[in-house]
Design a protein around this ligand. Structure first.
Ligand code: MTE
Ligand code: CO
Length: 390
């Protein structure tokens, strides 16, 4: 005979008293039972929190949109706190007229809405020499996917009038790091946005409030936060972030430079080391995310035996250009150990490489642009571990 489930037959405390009324939290916060779903850092990675990074808890999320409070943060000089009425955006250099915009000025330009992923070029960087961090939050969490509202950068440059010699822009932040990068004019005029809203609300301070540059599909470092200046020039500036950093040192000592586009990549978010299988044998939902800086993701393959057999995953949710895609692979788990991997195909036909294939071409000196296939080993208890197989 079955014993009655007390959670079904007994009245629970939450139905014996009235709950909190409206306005208990004028700006809503997640359930207290979700307290574990937070950004996390890796303490040994950096010496100081003002020039550091934390990671999006990918293992606990679903769908394609990253909630604002969970978007990973990467600061070179801490978070600038800017009163929007005191913020200015300046365009100077090779233009017909140099301009200064207030936030109010920017609100009078036509705006657009687009969903884009931002991935730090250093995402998965700690995994170049082998499996290291146990959790997809740490191996893949330097990414977020957000709907931005902003003014096309093209409209602002047109307002200033770019001279014919103007082939590059330099974008600069108002933070203590004054972080700056060079961007070719072609990209600036194509799809870059000067954004002030993320997922409908004002940018969070961590994400560049009140204004950030959006550079779709290109490495996160170029998405200058707290953007204050755009200079038009005839050549790149060779700033710190495009010489000493954010270049890829090959085995022969040559450094690849200006590797802007993010290659197609995917990862299984659950099960994964921080999201083990706890329910035993039977129906199992495998899920993950995939993205490409060159377009959409029409297909993701999943293997449960370390690449001997690949299965087409089921894509679910909107498929936007240069945005995260969500995939699922449902199976009946017999309780045997698994070697889980996912492999993204993007709309250009490019297929995500294995880590070995990547290392063959790029060597092991690199930190940036590691888009190799990730493996999770699942044991008979459902626990998951970051491993590499060849
Ligand atoms: N912009 C400024 N002004 N200062 C910074 O430190 N960090 C860059 C970029 N823009 C940075 C910046 C890096 S390396 C990345 S990966 C992204 O912002 C991170 O954006 P996020 O903090 O919104 O995740
Ligand atoms: Co970065």
């Amino acid at each position: 005979a079955q014993t009655a489930d007390p959670l079904i037959v007994n009245p629970q405390p939450w139905r014996q008293d009235l709950g909190a009324g409206v306005d208990a939290a004028p700006y809503g916060v997640p359930s207290k039972f979700e307290a574990d779903v937070i950004r996390r850092d890796v303490p040994w990675l950096t010496a100081d929190a003002v020039s550091s990074v934390n990671f999006t808890p990918l293992h606990a999320l679903d769908g394609i949109i990253t909630p604002n409070g969970l978007c990973f943060e990467r600061h070179h000089g801490g978070v600038a706190v800017i009163e929007p009425s005191e913020h200015r955006l300046m365009i100077n250099g090779l233009v017909d007229k140099e301009l200064v915009f207030t936030m109010e000025d920017l609100m009078r330009f036509p705006r657009e809405n687009h969903v884009y992923f931002l991935e730090c070029a250093a995402n998965s960087g700690m995994e170049w020499a082998g499996a290291q961090l146990n959790g997809c939050q740490f191996t893949h969490g330097m990414i977020h996917n957000v709907q931005y509202t902003g003014v096309p950068l093209r409209l602002l440059l047109e307002e200033a009038g770019v001279k014919t010699e103007g082939k590059w822009i330099m974008v600069e932040g108002a933070d203590a790091a004054g972080m700056n990068r060079s961007i070719p004019m072609e990209k600036a005029l194509d799809d870059c946005l000067v954004a002030f809203k993320m997922n409908g609300e004002a940018l969070r301070p961590e994400q560049g409030y009140p204004l950030r540059l959006v550079v779709p599909g290109w490495e996160g470092n170029m998405w200058v936060k707290w953007i204050r200046r755009i200079e038009v020039g005839d050549q790149p500036w060779h700033a710190r972030e495009e010489t000493s950093k954010y270049t890829d040192l090959l085995a022969n000592g040559v450094a690849r430079r200006f590797t802007w586009e993010m290659d197609a990549k995917s990862v299984i978010t659950s099960p994964s080391p921080q999201a083990p299988i706890t329910h035993g044998k039977g129906p199992l939902v495998i899920t993950g995310v995939a993205w490409s800086g060159r377009g959409t993701i029409p297909q993701v393959d999943v293997t449960t035996d370390g690449g001997m057999n690949w299965h087409k995953a089921r894509m679910s949710g909107p498929s936007f250009d240069k945005s995260m895609h969500r995939f699922y692979y449902e199976m009946d788990w017999d309780g045997a150990p698994l070697l889980l991997q996912s492999r993204a195909h993007d709309s250009t036909g490019y297929v995500q490489p294995t880590k070995d294939a990547l290392r063959k071409i790029r060597g092991e000196n690199s930190i940036y642009h590691n888009n190799g296939i990730q493996t999770w080993a699942i044991d008979a208890d459902g626990k998951a571990e970051n491993v590499e197989i060849s």
